[in-house]
Design a protein around this ligand. Sequence first.
Ligand code: NAP
Length: 438
Amino acid sequence: MRHIAIIGSGPAGYYTAEAAQKRWEDDVRIDIFDMLPVPYGLIRTGVAPDHQSIKGVSRRYEKTALSDNVRFVGNVCVGRDVTIAELQQSYDAVVLATGAPNDRPLGIPGAELGNVFGSAAFVGWYNGHPQFADLDPNLSGRHAVVIGMGNVALDVARILAKTEGEFAGADIVTHALDALRASRLQTITIVGRRGPHQIMMTPKELGELAQLERASPRVDRDDLPDEGEDALLEPGLRKSVAHLRSFAAIPESVHADKPIEIAFDMFASPHELLGDGSVRAIRLERTTVEAGRARGTGEFYDIPADLVVSCIGYRTSPIPEVPFDERAGCFANDEGRILPGIYCVGWARRGPSGTIGTNRPDGFGVVEKIAEDIDSGALGRAERKGRAGFDALASERGLDIVTFRDWKKIEEAEEQAAREGAPREKFVDIAAMIKARG
Ligand code: NAP
């Protein structure tokens, strides 16, 4: 029997479990740990609340979760409640699927001012992550600045721009919906240090900006390269650039009809945040792009900013004793191998890139490595106790484990508490989640 511990119940974790099941069928037992009492990681707290179809992938994970040889072990924080070394005593392989939950720091003066947030915190706030439920951003100003030109920047800009009606069917938490209802924002500026040909935004998501009820996207024609140059782009990026071109062609009369403008400020690198206690403006340096890299021109200008959300990527949380690659912001690894018996997968392996589906081949890849190491004897030949070993430790420590069956009760309570038309009202507090399991 093989015993595998997977740390993290997001897409990378569940795809790894699925791969291990396919590989060893009845000869494997898999425990999936999560520090929260609820599963699915990024699907629950990262994917935008108005993108419910993407969240539907959790049904596939549920199928894996309900198999006899897979177990969800919620409310256990590895590194705090139990160490990796302790897990190694019970499991043949420990797979870190912990994602990248921390913001890459902006690293400019003023980043500590009030009403400046990283996207992990801001997205966590509107998605009901217990760590960020109390963020309480101030949306009473007129001007928001969103830094970065990836899909997370798009999510944040779109959520800030939507009307209450546009959240019908979304599982945005009520505290965020209430705050957005009272928002007085008039401009949302998306700041990018490079140009249209270097955006990381995918076409479907970018196109949504043109469909918003009360907001219209604005692109400066002068920022766009000659149209002929688009032919060299890969097809997805070419489509995204076509959206930017269509935004640049939106007539002033349409902008005038919409109370919120989502303006793209490209070739602009954040230099400093200005304010007194709370942020009031951002100082940007005009850039040019040379050989694909942004170069400062020495020309600076300020734009008003009452709220700043920086969406410039994420870092994995280090775990004591596990080698970490500070530059890449993820575990130091060789194709998923960290140390004998310790592996990583998904964003914890390769950094925060790719779609949810990218994690599936990742999961299958790491299971192949584990299989090679088990077969070669690299992990030792001693039979491990697996979940029985962990359970003994957990009861010794008095850990309050949340099972998948408990989660189903929490889920039912969330569904019952949903606003009309919404799929669920998430608990945003760990104690409330635990209470809801009955
Ligand atoms: P991303 O796609 O890597 O975009 C990060 C952006 O931040 C880039 O435009 C980057 O510019 C910019 N940036 C980085 N450092 C900066 C700095 N110091 N100053 C200014 N700008 C800076 O990351 P993401 O948006 O966080 O998304 C993470 C992953 O999740 C991506 O794979 C994304 O596609 C995925 N995602 C998908 C969806 C969806 O499919 N609906 C939704 C959300 C996220 P440079 O390019 O110049 O470095």
